[in-house]
Design a protein around this ligand. Structure first.
Ligand code: RRO
Length: 314
């Protein structure tokens, strides 16, 4: 067994458990019920260039397999994050490591958001949200399903920061090795898998959508096998740390993701049902007495070598 502490991206995490983007805002509200410093870290709500109100209510709906959401990227915009949210984090968060989730409508917007935030203290790196299923303003594919767009986002942002860049991919990516390989070649330091699965729920009486926006993203228990599968696939194809997310609500789930090769694991939807879910998970890992030994994969695997030979567009 090894202790819970993880050294990933040149950063020391007290444990491998982070809160997933969109499940803890910018930390402040949750800090009233959970000591954020028990966490390995957290990822902020995705930040856009302009403030966004988000989608019409209802924004979430439950079903037996989990939850469907279409929040619609509601966030105060990069300037409020810079002037209000990050100062709060700087003052109040001591040990937990914070990643800012960035979501643009174009590669230029990703670049601009990073430019505006990079001079600020209080966070260690960026999780690039390339996979939001609920972004009405981007009419074509999410970045994570569009190889050229993914390469352009990574390339532009890489020029603007030396901080760790973690690319968050979509669960409906038809080819994880290819997209993870492109992210790696374009400067990503890590890969997060997975975001929510596009889905639709009707109201019990039938017909109309259960959500104000129509379709949404599915998360919760049914996402766990999807996330673990994605972690295995990415770990086997790129020599980067992989962050696993999807359906984690118990310490055993963290161990399952770590056994699949994840370096860090995020708790997402479970926090909505119980704001202290991540604390229970970390206490459970403590009771187990640490984490099983596992080598972090460092080899360059054949799929990556193939992508490199073919060039970034594969
Ligand atoms: O805000 C959302 O509706 C949302 C985002 Br940005 C995302 O990345 N994933 C998700 O399920 N919802």
């Amino acid at each position: 067994m090894t202790p819970l502490v993880r050294e990933i991206f040149g950063v020391s995490f007290a444990n491998p458990v982070l809160l997933a983007a969109g499940t803890c805002g910018f930390g402040r509200e949750l800090s009233e019920v959970l000591d954020l410093d028990v966490l390995g870290g957290f990822v902020t709500k995705s930040v856009t260039l302009e403030p966004r109100w988000g989608n019409p209510a209802p924004r979430v709906s439950e079903f037996p397999g989990g939850m469907l959401n279409s929040i619609g990227l509601a966030n105060p915009g990069v300037e409020v994050v810079r002037k209000e949210k990050l100062p709060w984090i700087r003052e109040r968060v001591r040990r937990a490591k914070v990643f800012v989730s960035v979501a643009g409508h174009s590669p230029e917007e990703f670049e601009e958001i990073v430019l505006r935030l990079d001079g600020e203290a209080g966070f260690v790196g960026y999780e690039l949200n390339l996979s939001c299923p609920n972004d009405a303003r981007r009419s074509s594919l999410p970045f994570a399903l569009d190889p050229e767009a993914l390469v352009e986002v990574l390339g532009r942002v890489r020029e603007r920061t030396d901080r760790p860049l973690v690319a968050k991919l979509a669960p409906n990516t038809p080819d994880f090795p290819r997209m993870a390989g492109l992210a790696h070649q374009s400067g990503a330091d890590g890969i997060t898998v997975v975001n929510t699965i596009p889905g639709y729920l009707s109201r019990p009486e039938g017909g109309a959508s259960a959500l104000g926006a129509g379709s949404g993203g599915v998360s919760g228990p049914l996402l766990r096998p999807v996330g673990v599968h994605a972690v295995r696939s990415v770990v086997a194809s790129v020599p980067l740390p992989v962050v696993g997310v999807g359906g984690v609500s118990r310490p055993e789930h963290v161990l399952e993701y770590l056994a699949a090769g994840a370096s860090l694991v995020q708790v997402g939807t479970a926090t909505f049902a119980d704001p202290r879910a991540a604390l229970r998970v970390i206490r459970g890992l403590d009771r187990i007495g640490g984490l099983p030994e596992r080598d972090v994969p460092t080899a360059v695997f054949p799929e990556v070598a193939m992508n490199q030979e073919k060039g970034v567009d594969g």
